[in-house]
Design a protein around this ligand. Structure first.
Ligand SMILES: Nc1ncnc2c1ncn2[C@@H]1O[C@H](COP(=O)(O)OP(=O)(O)O)[C@@H](O)[C@H]1O
Ligand SMILES: [Mg+2]
Length: 287
């Protein structure tokens, strides 16, 4: 690999052995995402065809129309060929905007072979967690900043999670583009959803508590479009109604999903819904 992560760029030279290994792995059809070691390094095979459970999709669509909330609408469902095509198209779009993404080395009907972009941000965070909390949280802030930069370019990740981010030089690269929420809702809503999804992870992982959440939010906000922050406020106003019942349930059993929901939605509602914070946000973007 040449260290750059542009899509459909130079394909590394494959030996006969590599082709044999890759073909064997492609036809084995075991795991959905699989790392395969070849002579020049690793590649990743990603297979499509295991669609989202339709029950959840239907429930999500129902909820979205019931509450008139676009951010609950699921991405349009596609068959495995459609999923593959969507991921390739999105990788190309992100690459065209100068965002680091894995390179597509090979595409068949329902599988992709991607260049190795390891280490993921999750792997970096795990390594830094106990050894360097400041660097750990700085990486989280960087994720929020780069998500904001991506939003400023009119893009949306769809399912931002540190395991689908990678370290690319000083910045963050992105992978896993199966979702396309902006096809089902206005872009500002889709980007607002992105920020909330990132904060589910970020507030829970931060070693330095609210200071990190504040820096991360500030970094995202400095780059992201103002209409996305307005869409986020609407979304958080709705989600905040679930804070009290969720806290009650949490007293009986605090699972990790509940904990993340409370931390992220709690923090964002303080920032976006508290009157004092609203005044501060009107004052300028430099807080
Ligand atoms: N090109 C790649 N380079 C490095 N790691 C990868 C690559 N593709 C996938 N992975 C790893 O596999 C995981 C799952 O792949 P992903 O594309 O996110 O599929 P899924 O839809 O199952 O989440 C990623 O979170 C990442 O850890
Ligand atoms: Mg993923």
């Amino acid at each position: 690999m040449d260290g750059r992560h542009t899509a459909l760029g130079n394909i590394p030279h494959m030996t006969d052995g590599d082709i044999e290994t890759l073909l064997a792995a492609l036809t084995r059809e075991t795991r959905r995402v699989e790392r395969v070691d070849l002579s020049f390094g690793a590649v990743w095979i990603k297979r499509y065809g295991t669609e989202r459970p339709p029950v959840w999709t239907k429930a999500q669509t129902g909820l979205a129309s019931l509450f008139g909330l676009p951010f609950l609408r699921p991405s349009p469902a596609l068959d495995s060929k459609g999923m593959t095509a969507r991921e390739i198209r999105r990788i190309e779009t992100f690459a065209a905007h100068g965002i680091p993404v894995p390179q597509v080395l090979y595409a068949s009907g329902n599988a992709l072979v991607l260049s190795d972009v390891a280490p993921t941000v999750t792997a970096r965070l795990d390594a830094l967690r106990d050894t360097d909390p400041a660097a750990h949280d700085a990486l989280l802030v960087r994720c929020a900043a780069d998500l904001g930069a991506l939003h400023a370019k009119g893009l949306c990740h769809g399912r931002p999670h540190p395991r689908d981010f990678f370290v690319a030089g000083d910045g963050i690269g992105f992978m896993d583009f199966e979702e396309e929420p902006e096809a089902a809702m206005p872009l500002a809503d889709a980007q607002a959803r992105d920020l909330w999804l990132l904060f589910l992870q970020l507030t829970d992982r931060a070693r330095l508590g609210e200071a990190t959440a504040r820096q991360a939010y500030g970094a995202w906000r400095a780059a992201a479009p103002p209409e996305t922050e307005a869409a986020l406020a609407t979304m958080i106003r709705f989600l905040a109604k679930f804070l009290s019942p969720t806290r009650l349930i949490g007293r009986v059993h605090m699972g990790s999903d509940l904990r993340r929901f409370l931390a992220a939605t709690g923090y964002l509602s303080e920032v976006l819904l508290a009157p004092r914070a609203a005044d501060a946000s009107k004052a300028g973007k430099d807080d």
